[in-house]
Design a protein around this ligand. Structure first.
Ligand code: NDP
Ligand code: 8X3
Length: 250
């Protein structure tokens, strides 16, 4: 039987690429994001490959998130795979001058939003005693880099939550894992720098990971046999060795 995956943050970058990868493999899709027009465009493009339903909500709004998922139409109600991907960095500032609004956005979206969506999906997985949750972490969840403070904290939290989920959901046979990329060339830096000119140089002088590279690893994880759970993947582009070591040819 065809599986259904719910992907948050499907309107761009890693989430959008994962939607394309899953559609190619015939996985039914529930695609989530705030930008409705983009959701509609992606739905139209993928409907020739698979069944697609869109959910337009902000993961910060717990009532909206839970209602959207609880009122899914019958054909999309069973979520076999949850990809908790929605998130961004907001700002790159030392802790002493960082913006509280940026901190709120990162903790509310990257951490609390992931929890709200998970809260809406997990009960049906425990009931069925099956399911697969993949949380998109980051190399920033494994090490802290200068000015990364709160973004790194949010991604450390994502990895801690992933481990906690894996332990608590173990009796139910639910797979839980994290995929943690380094630099991926998406809209991420445009969001981090609020479309400022700093965003233009982030991926210059080296070949960063592309969203599709990450999507392929996510599909690898969800396509393992029932007894195999990919618990944690740290992936970099070849030019990157860790958060601050990147070989650039400028
Ligand atoms: P993008 O900016 O391209 O995509 C972010 C996605 O998250 C968009 O689809 C956006 O949709 C969604 N999103 C953001 N805020 C909200 C919100 N409040 N409610 C609902 N959806 C939201 O970046 P990436 O694809 O790179 O990022 C995806 C994930 O990968 C993030 O968790 C990020 O931290 C992580 N990551 C990124 C890396 C990188 O270098 N790019 C490296 C490691 C991890 P919309 O605006 O339509 O709501
Ligand atoms: C995104 C990668 O290095 O910008 O999580 O934090 S980094």
């Amino acid at each position: 039987m065809k599986k259904t995956a719910l992907i948050t943050g499907a309107t761009s970058g890693i989430g959008e690429a994962t939607a394309y990868e899953f559609a190619k493999q015939g996985i039914n899709l529930v695609l989530c994001g705030r930008r409705l027009q983009r959701l509609k465009t992606i739905q139209k493009a993928l409907e020739r490959l698979t069944d697609v339903h869109i959910l337009n909500f902000d993961v910060r709004d717990k009532a909206e998130a839970i209602k959207a998922i609880e009122t899914l139409p019958k054909d999309f109600k069973q979520i076999d795979i949850l990809i908790n991907n929605a998130g961004n960095a907001h700002g790159l500032d030392p802790i002493q001058t960082g913006s509280i609004d940026d901190w709120d956005a990162m903790m509310d979206i990257n951490v609390k939003g992931l929890l709200y969506v998970s809260k809406a999906v997990i009960p049906q997985m425990t009931e069925r005693k099956s399911g697969h949750i993949i949380n998109i972490g980051s190399s920033a969840g494994k090490e802290v880099y200068p000015k990364g403070n709160v973004y790194c904290a949010s991604k450390h939290a994502v990895l801690a939550i992933t481990e906690g989920m894996r332990i608590d959901l173990n009796p139910f046979g639910i797979k839980v894992g994290a995929i943690s990329p380094g630099l991926v060339e998406t809209e991420f830096s445009k969001v981090r720098f609020k479309n400022g000119k700093e965003a233009d140089s982030v991926y210059k002088g080296f070949k960063a990971l592309q969203a599709k590279d990450v999507a392929e690893v996510i599909y690898f994880a969800v396509s393992r046999p029932p007894h195999v759970n990919i618990a944690d993947v740290l992936m970099f582009c070849t030019a990157q060795a860790n958060s601050i070591t990147v070989k650039k040819e400028l």
